[in-house]
Design a protein around this ligand. Structure first.
Ligand SMILES: [Zn+2]
Ligand SMILES: [Zn+2]
Length: 140
């Protein structure tokens, strides 16, 4: 066991494992999480801001719950996260499906620049269109 300062409130506490915040802050987070979850469940169609105000939990914290994937937004709710890449509304996580796929493809492309599969060609064409130029050579 080790003594640490809580990242949240600065209090000294006995750190065991996980996120470096004290038991009280952890408990507070858990309470907030349950409150938010319950509120969203009972009030379909609320916005992030409304939940934040009604539950007295900051938008940042609710967003963190969502980003952590702890809280998932069911269809019919207005709470939205934005894809960190394109800004499109998403239900949970950080990226929309397309962007996470794109990221995956970019990664495989980066690690395999010489590859010339059909998938890569298609991708490059898509990108060429999106950027309004570049990579045109693929079409000529
Ligand atoms: Zn604390
Ligand atoms: Zn996206």
């Amino acid at each position: 066991m080790e003594i640490k300062n809580c990242k949240r409130c600065g209090k000294m506490y006995s750190y065991i494992a996980g996120i470096p915040i004290c038991d009280q802050c952890k408990q507070k987070d858990e309470d907030d999480f349950q409150t938010v979850k319950k509120y969203i469940y009972e009030h379909k169609g609320v916005s992030l801001k409304e939940v934040s105000e009604a539950c007295e939990v900051s938008v940042e914290k609710i967003t963190r719950f969502l980003r952590d994937g702890r809280l998932e937004i069911k269809e019919g709710t207005n709470i939205i996260l934005e894809c960190e890449s394109c800004g499109r509304p998403i239900n949970s996580g950080r990226l929309c499906q397309e962007c996470s796929k794109k990221l995956e493809r970019d990664l495989s492309k980066a690690s395999n620049t010489a590859a010339n599969s059909n998938t890569l060609k298609e991708k490059n064409e898509e990108e060429g269109k999106a950027k309004g130029g570049g990579m045109r050579y693929l079409k000529s």
